[in-house]
Each structure stands twice: as structure tokens, then as C-alpha cells.
Design a protein around this ligand. Structure first.
Ligand code: ADP
Length: 251
């Protein structure tokens, strides 16, 4: 069974002449342990879909199932609980808490889940080690670089073993070297913890680290590409080509 199933999703904003059809008819399945990227230009509907999957907005039509549960039916309170218990988030601007150290930031989701942080210290150490941030454990966000902040945010996203990690333009605020390093971190998280990752990006380099890319244009899925045995740089050439074809054919 798919971990994420998006069925016949439409999303309109506004009404009448002012109406925008942000998503026209989206169908998408992601299996457990897959690392999938949604790629598309600005305005193609990526954030709208991410907001629906994150349970912070509701579709106009259609259903979204995560591990069999229809998340479009949840009340606000249930949606908050669902997010807390099942989803991990990585944002473009990191969203770390400035008054907490790296280690404390990573443990925030455990505290929100009322888990005993001491019991999870081994996991926190294991993740900091995997992500190469053990040395930073007692530093505050203002004392570390952008790449290190995003590593910390990646560690925070995976600490509770969420069913699904949603990464929204995670490399958008980073230079190309740090961007590549963060994408390698996501690949490591995917393989080491069998995490299911949905990445949203407009950037072909970032997308080329995923296993499968779904191309969005004007609120629809217009193409899909699977990475076979290619390394990211080989896949990147294909991704760039398809991306430029997608932009041309639909313009
Ligand atoms: P992307 O994330 O790919 O840049 P979005 O999902 O943000 O695309 O936007 C898709 C379309 O929906 C765009 O035409 C955008 O202007 C429109 N849109 C997004 N959010 C709103 C909103 N809150 N109200 C009205 N239109 C919106």
C-alpha cells in the first residue's frame, strides 16, 4: 500500500472571476521509503499541494491518504495532532529556535510529543553523528552557518521517525556546495532510516538527488522521471532536459 495517496485533488482560491485554479486534478502515490521530488516553476502549485498534504489547508475536491488515513477529513485539533505525530518538516529558512542550542532544537519534537528526552539521547547522538553536527551540539543558531542550520533542521525532522518528511525548498537559502551537502544528507536519512521524503523544489540539481521526479506545470502533473542507476550528476542532465521541455511545451 502507498504511504501517501493523493486522489483527484483540485484546489481553487477565491470565487467567480477572481478564482485561481491552483491544482486542477492531481493524482500521486508515494510508497514507504521512497524519496520523491515535485519539481515545477513558481506558481505551478507545489506549495498549494504541500499545504494540503501538511494538513494546514483543505482541498476543494479530492482526498489525501497518509498511511491509509484520510487527512482531508480531520478537524483542526486532530490535524494538529496528526502533524505532530506523523510528519517531519524541513523549511527553506530552517525555522530553528534562536534561544535553544543545536541539541535542544533537535529534541523539540520529542518534547512536543511528551517523550522523555533522556531516553532518546542515543538517537539524538546517532543522528547528530550521521549529519556531522556532533561538535555543534552546544552552539546556538547564530553561532553556526546556513548549511549547519539546515543539517540541524534535518536532524529535527527525523528525530521522531515521522511517517513522512516534507522538505520545502530546503536548499533555497544555501550556496551550491552547501545545497549539494544537504541533498546528500537527505539521501542518507532516506537510506539509513528508510524515511519517506517528499521534496518540493524548482531546482533541478536538488531534485536530481531524489529517486523519482514528478513535474508540475500550471496545477497539473505533466511528466515523471525515475532515477535508475544514475548518480545525481547523470540524472541532473535528464532532469534539466525534461524541465526545459516541460516549460516550452506548456507555454
Ligand atoms: P508554487 O509553490 O509552485 O510557486 P503556489 O502553490 O504557491 O505555486 O501557487 C499556485 C497558484 O495559486 C498561483 O497562481 C498562485 O498565485 C495561486 N495562489 C497560491 N496561494 C494563493 C492564495 N492564498 N490566494 C490566491 N491565489 C493563490
Amino acid at each position: 500500500m502507498s504511504l501517501l495517496e493523493v486522489c483527484g485533488i483540485k484546489k481553487n482560491y477565491g470565487t467567480g472571476k477572481a478564482q485561481t485554479q491552483a491544482l486542477i486534478n492531481i493524482n500521486l502515490k508515494i510508497n514507504k521509503g521512497e524519496f520523491v521530488a515535485i519539481m515545477g516553476a513558481s506558481g505551478s502549485g507545489k506549495s498549494t499541494l504541500l499545504n494540503l498534504i501538511s494538513t494546514i489547508d483543505k482541498p476543494t475536491e479530492g482526498k489525501i491518504y497518509i498511511d491509509g488515513a484520510d487527512i482531508t477529513k480531520l478537524s483542526n485539533t486532530k490535524a494538529n495532532e496528526f502533524r505532530r505525530d506523523n510528519l517531519g518538516f524541513i523549511f527553506q529558512d530552517f525555522k530553528l529556535l534562536d534561544s535553544l542550542t543545536v541539541e535542544e532544537n533537535i529534541s523539540v519534537p520529542l518534547i512536543i510529543q511528551k517523550k522523555n528526552r533522556d531516553v532518546h539521547m542515543r538517537k539524538i547522538s546517532e543522528i547528530m553523528n550521521l549529519l556531522g553536527i556532533t561538535e555543534l551540539r552546544d552552539k546556538y543558531p547564530f553561532q553556526i552557518s546556513g548549511g549547519e542550520k539546515q543539517r540541524t533542521a534535518c536532524a529535527r525532522a527525523v528525530i521522531t521517525n515521522p511517517k513522512l518528511i516534507l522538505a520545502d525548498e530546503p536548499t533555497g537559502a544555501l550556496d551550491s556546495n552547501n545545497a549539494k551537502n544537504i541533498m546528500k544528507v537527505l539521501v542518507d536519512i532516506n537510506s539509513k532510516f528508510n524515511s519517506t521524503i517528499l521534496l518540493v523544489t524548482h531546482d533541478a540539481m536538488s531534485a536530481s538527488y531524489s529517486q523519482r521526479i514528478v513535474f508540475f506545470k500550471d496545477g497539473s502533473v505533466v511528466n515523471e522521471l525515475n532515477r535508475k542507476n544514475e548518480i545525481p550528476i547523470e540524472f541532473y542532465n535528464k532532469v534539466s532536459l525534461i524541465n526545459s521541455e516541460v516549460q516550452q511545451t506548456c507555454n
